[in-house]
Design a protein around this ligand. Structure first.
Ligand code: FMN
Length: 305
């Protein structure tokens, strides 16, 4: 079963992906945070994120968020210039800033727009596509309108996060709906949502033997060795995990020091590394890291880990 690193805006950018891939890996692919149009072009930070020189040796799949065929084609053309032959379609972003413009999960109530995008997918023979979607924008059965269109479109897979947009990233995942999608989909299905341990991966694998794989987001940010532990069939002890965190963190800090001269800006960015790690490092160390007001105290908190 494949394991892929889900896209997480603000976290899984090029440096984090490179560092994860170099020091631990274990995942089959990394998705970029969504790439979108702004004032008719791509944002410079999105362009940087997909530049081949920043992604060398890493299996990276750019993800597009678009409200229909026109936006989709423009972003796709820009991405193709960098030589990518795999692209992911975002049909799941829950943030109103995107959904009210018909992007992300907003697409799930705009069937004609989904059709436009799928027409482009079918007409683009030099790129393979996957999609990542929710159950719906407001209702748990909106996927029923979208799936027939996806079924008529050859996709590498469809990754399902079985929540609706209003739940954002909290609340129950609807496994019953997920099972129905798995049954009704012509394209391979990946599962995404609340995987935090090797046991969680194995449970999903046992429940759905014909799954294409799992996509993991916050669980991998919290425990970067999770996929490696699953692939190698061996859990890492605390010491080994702690060493990995320190190594990855130092590499991340060194990278950021080279591009962010301002100490407070640097601190706020590098701190993101620990954001989801409270269960992994413990409440007290976590609080110390999050509350450190300057670089000296921050590094002291990390040295005490
Ligand atoms: C901070 C944050 C940023 C995210 N950014 C993206 C994104 O750019 N594209 C996307 O498809 N999903 C995005 N997601 C959703 C994740 O890819 C994933 O579907 C979600 O976190 C559920 O999986 P998990 O429980 O394994 O984290 C984001 C989620 C979070 C919490």
């Amino acid at each position: 079963m494949k394991i892929e690193f889900a896209p997480l805006q603000g976290y899984t950018e090029d440096a984090y992906r490179r560092i994860h891939n170099k020091f631990v890996g274990g995942v089959d692919a990394y998705y970029t945070p969504f790439i979108r149009l702004e004032h008719g072009g791509l944002r410079s930070k999105d362009l940087r994120d997909i530049r081949p020189e920043f992604n060398e040796g890493v299996n990276v799949i750019p993800q597009i968020i678009a409200n229909g065929g026109k936006e989709f084609q423009t972003v796709l053309d820009a991405i193709r210039e960098f030589g990518y032959s795999r692209v992911d379609i975002n049909m799941g972003c829950p943030f109103p800033l995107q959904t009210r413009h018909g992007r992300g999960a907003g697409l799930m109530q705009a069937i004609d727009r989904v059709k436009e995008i799928c027409d482009i997918v079918r007409a683009t023979s030099d790129v393979q596509f996957s999609a990542k979607m929710r159950l719906g924008l407001d209702f748990h059965d909106e996927w029923r309108n979208v799936l027939p269109i996806l079924n008529g479109t050859p996709l590498v897979h469809v990754a399902i996060h079985p929540r609706v947009a209003s739940q954002q990233y909290k609340g129950e995942v609807d496994m019953e709906a997920f099972s129905s999608i798995l049954q009704d989909s012509v394209n391979p299905i990946m599962y995404n949502g609340e995987i935090h341990s090797v046991e969680d991966i194995k449970r999903i694998e046992n429940m759905y033997p014909n799954l294409a794989g799992v996509m993991i987001g916050r669980g991998l940010l919290a425990r970067p060795s999770l996929a490696r532990e699953y692939v190698d069939g061996q859990e890492w002890d605390e010491d080994k995990r702690n060493t990995l965190l320190r190594t990855m963190h130092m590499a991340f800090l060194e990278h950021l020091q080279g591009i962010i001269p301002n100490e407070m800006q640097l601190l706020s960015k590098v701190r993101c590394f620990w954001e989801y790690m409270e269960p992994e490092i413990g409440k007290k160390p976590y609080k110390k890291i999050m509350k450190a007001g300057n670089m000296k105290n921050y590094l002291k908190a990390i040295a005490e880990l």
